[in-house]
Design a protein around this ligand. Structure first.
Ligand SMILES: Nc1ncnc2c1ncn2[C@@H]1O[C@H](COP(=O)(O)OP(=O)(O)OP(=O)(O)O)[C@@H](O)[C@H]1O
Ligand SMILES: [Mg+2]
Length: 421
């Protein structure tokens, strides 16, 4: 049987506090399981002088129907506002429904009011009203207990589940919520029972290390909750002004690269290709391409091999699209000193996290070989101070030692590929 579901897409325009209807998305599912999404901006939205395109290339402002068959019919810029793996688990738990019984439109409609970016979804052209106040820091202990119950599939109160409504969207499996503290919104990342190290402290210290390397990084701090610690990362897609929070647009690098999440598109997970896209999307392409290059080198220096395209994003403020601040930076201690790979292609030798590869296509990032060399040396020098930064950030000695295998491995400095044995 063919079925059709629809949702209205609402937007809080950058710089504005009110939310307005922008478009209608209908997804038709054919008997063979294929989905076709049809997206159309509303005429009234198109007539607004301040209307923005959700994706300047795949969804330009035009009075026409855009059709999508990838991603179950959901355009990338919309998918980026839908709940992530963790958020989906919370929604399934809340609705007591199996994933197979829920469509992509269900996930959109049950997504959080504090979701990533500036979009929200509803069944009518009237924008949804806020359902609840933000979580506050004093509620963290209850929220951690609820996350554990969800992970273990245990029952919890409906009220607490509502409070766990997924915080952000662009991927990620660890439990997290949005927390308001004063007039700032934070993304709270929780410990997990299976953790062998204090990942919150390690991530916090790594963000500070990246900042010390001159990267643009999301602000963070640690919030103690009983014997545990929560990492609070300041949400860069929200900004408080008199009267409320502004929301900014957020799309993942997957969307900017125009690719699906599946492994078929893996060949296009690439820093140089993302730099090409930044040249089209960004208001400051030179700065953003150089910044992307430095992030790539930093990820190689600390063996952050989880640098996939959902861990890079573009942010749209009232001044247009820019590369977002860096987030989700975690060093991964590995044994091999000879060869380590990033998640994305870095240069002409594929994903190799080594100098010879990182410096092989610097022109794609708008850099001269000399400029790129200076960035590489600067980052290597700053990362060499990592123990100091980690201790300053309160990482304990055991966790510092456990991290050592990630930092500045021999292969990072290799100037040529190792010969095959
Ligand atoms: N500071 C931030 N402001 C706004 N959105 C953010 C911020 N940090 C992360 N996000 C969004 O939330 C998503 C999930 O966050 P993050 O990547 O840190 O968690 P995660 O992937 O679950 O972490 P992990 O890889 O440790 O499981 C990101 O993909 C990004 O879209
Ligand atoms: Mg992530």
């Amino acid at each position: 049987m063919t079925s059709e579901r629809e949702a209205f897409v609402h937007i809080q325009l950058p710089g504005k506090l009110d939310t307005v209807p922008a478009a209608r998305l209908a997804v038709q599912t054919l008997p063979d399981g294929t989905s076709i999404g049809r997206f159309r901006y509303g005429d009234r939205y198109l007539a607004r002088p301040d209307a923005v395109a959700l994706d300047p290339f795949a969804l330009p402002l035009a009075a026409q129907v855009f059709e999508f068959t990838a991603l179950k019919g959901i355009p990338g810029a919309v998918r980026d506002a839908s709940p992530d793996a963790w958020g989906r688990r919370v929604i399934e738990h809340q609705l007591a429904r199996a994933p197979a019984d829920l469509s992509e439109i269900d996930y959109l409609l049950h997504g959080p009011q504090d979701g990533a970016g500036y979009l929200s979804f509803g069944l009518s052209p009237v924008p949804p009203v806020p359902r609840r106040p933000y979580n506050r820091t004093h509620q963290l202990a209850d929220l951690i207990a609820t996350a554990e119950a969800i992970e273990e599939g245990r029952a919890t109160s409906a009220q607490l589940l509502e409070r766990m409504a997924p915080a952000t969207s662009l991927g990620g499996a660890r439990p997290k919520v949005t927390i308001e503290d004063g007039e700032v919104l934070w993304l709270g990342k929780f410990p997990e029972k299976a953790d062998r190290v204090n990942l919150q402290r390690i991530e916090h210290a790594t963000l500070k290390l990246a900042e010390g390397c001159g990267l643009a990084v999301a602000a963070s701090r640690i919030e103690p909750v009983g014997a545990q610690e929560v990492l609070l990362v300041r949400r860069f897609d929200r900004e408080h002004i008199a009267g409320g929070y502004l929301r900014y647009g957020l799309v993942s690098a997957l969307t900017a690269l125009g690719i699906d999440e599946g492994h078929l598109d893996r060949t296009r997970w690439s820093y140089p290709l993302l730099a090409d896209q930044l040249r089209r999307w960004s208001e400051k392409p030179r700065e953003d391409c150089a910044e992307l290059f430095r992030r790539m080198v930093f990820n190689a220096a600390i063996t952050n091999n989880d640098d996939h395209p959902r861990n890079h994003a573009l942010l749209r403020t009232a001044r247009g699209w820019r590369l977002s601040p860096a987030y989700d930076l975690v060093p991964v201690p590995l044994v091999s000193q000879e060869r380590r790979d990033l998640a994305m292609t870095a240069g002409q030798f594929g994903r190799a996290a080594s100098r010879y590869n990182l410096l092989s296509q610097v022109g794609r990032f708008g850099l001269s070989p000399e400029e790129a060399n200076v960035h590489f040396e600067d980052i290597a020098r700053s990362v060499a101070r990592w123990r100091e930064v980690f201790f300053e950030c309160g990482v304990n000695a055991q966790d510092v030692e456990r991290t050592a295998g990630a930092m500045l491995p021999q292969c990072f400095f290799a100037t040529e590929p190792v010969a095959a044995p």
